[in-house]
Design a protein around this ligand. Structure first.
Ligand code: ZN
Ligand code: ZN
Length: 122
């Protein structure tokens, strides 16, 4: 574990979690992690485009579709990784707990309750 990890400045990217399992516990941080596979498709012609993960965002590796030149795309989650999709798909290592936390946060931010809470706190 690096110093950065100790102070919680850097979040574990679960690099040592294998790709060949659906879910499990990260050997570096002990968090429960799910491997989720995604691919990107052209929004115009629907052709599969090679997907890459940047941080927590999924996007096509190339800016324009090789088939029609369109830059728009949409993301498709794969229930199971097929052999034919392996070259197109990218994996996102997610912790279900973090998704829950983020969801709760967004919900609070969007709700009137928070405004009320803030008003009473001042
Ligand atoms: Zn980890
Ligand atoms: Zn296209």
């Amino acid at each position: 574990m690096s110093i950065l990890n100790l102070f919680g400045l850097k979040r574990c990217t679960h690099e040592r979690m294998g790709y060949n399992i659906e879910c499990g516990y990260c050997p570096d941080c002990g968090e429960y992690v799910e491997n989720r596979w995604y691919l990107t498709r052209c929004s115009c012609c629907g052709v599969k485009r090679v997907a890459v993960t940047k941080g927590h965002e999924i996007m096509p590796a190339e800016y324009f579709c090789k088939n029609c030149g369109e830059s728009g795309y949409y993301i498709e989650e794969l229930k199971k990784l097929n052999f034919i999709d392996i070259h197109f798909a990218t994996v996102l290592k997610v912790s279900p707990q973090i998704i829950k936390e983020n969801f709760a946060q967004t919900w609070v931010q969007n709700s009137f309750e928070k405004q009320k809470l803030l008003a009473t706190a001042v």
